[in-house]
Ligand binder design. Sequence first.
Ligand code: AMP
Length: 145
Amino acid sequence: MQTASGYDSGNIFAKIIRGEAPCFKVYEDQHTLAFMDIMPQVEGHTLVIPKFGASDLFSLPADDLAATMLTTQRVAAAVKEAFAAPGVMIAQLNGAAAGQTVFHLHFHILPRFNGIDLQMHVRGMGAKEVLAGHAERIRQLLESH
Ligand code: AMP
């Protein structure tokens, strides 16, 4: 894995990229990977990461950032349709002071519904069979477009 200087490749997302840890994958290409958040703040909470090792927005080379944003746009459209969400929130945290807990850059895709608040950040684990079903639902939509 190519990395920015100062990047710690022991984090969980680096392990997922290397295939050393599992994930509920929804999309993968040469430069990016998307998978379900295991502690979803809302049904359909999905993460998009670059395969380049960068801890935050400021340390990712421009080409990888462009690829990551295109994947975010594409996956967010599929998540919106899969969950019939009237709104979609994209969130991205830089640094512990901002609430970042995994130090590999990632974009949160959060379907939003009128009158439904987000769950607290990094709290309850999602049920594996539910996350697997959600990943499959999003994958099918991506494949059909
Ligand atoms: P942040 O706090 O912005 O760094 O977000 C990290 C996100 O990664 C949180 O929403 C966690 O629920 C999520 N997360 C942590 N470990 C995993 C994992 N193994 N697979 C999927 N999502 C994870």
